[in-house]
Design a protein around this ligand. Sequence first.
Ligand code: AKG
Ligand code: MN
Length: 212
Amino acid sequence: MLIIVQSDLFHDPSQGLQALPLNDGRVSYQSDWLSEPQATALNKALQQSLPWRQDTIKLYGKSVLIPRLQSWHGASHCEYTYSGLRMKPLPIPPALVAIQKRLENELQAPFNCVLANWYRDGQDGMGFHADDEPELGPEPVIASVSLGAERKFSFKHLPTGERTDIQLANGSLLVMAGKTQRFYHHGLSKTRKRIDGRINLTFRYISLDLCK
Ligand SMILES: O=C(O)CCC(=O)C(=O)O
Ligand SMILES: [Mn+2]
């Protein structure tokens, strides 16, 4: 297993996004995309203002509550399907439009929807999966902003099973692009540590042409 530390990254951390050493994937990371006070304030504001819901999914024929709260926002055609659950989008609130615009400008990629996940404590998480819904296209650019408690994010390389872990800091930005969703699964493991909540915002682009 590979654990990414700052010295593995290709450039100085103050230089913006840095590529992670992942074969077959294109992933980059910036620990301080938002300042800590900005990220902490946004976390608090979103905890209070987004219409959080805890959905139930079917797992091996049984209904189970997913271990996190979610809120789905985007253009009206951006329905989101996850384990058989279909979510209708709500409008993107102004605080998130500001982030969307900054990402579009810096990454030179369009975004029209955002999934907000609120991991209330260490017992909330997300299992290994790929963001490979057909409507995201073959090589989606997914921009993931982390707010609040630092959490371990893991990649599993599908051909070799090799795992790569990275700690996602408060205010960090992780960008997955290229063939990452084809060659890797990613997930956020649970921890027994007593930790505060974390909100993650994953900005995506759903093409109207690719929607069923
Ligand atoms: O919380 C995270 O960092 C990951 C979220 C994620 O993978 C997703 O929303 O698809
Ligand atoms: Mn994902």
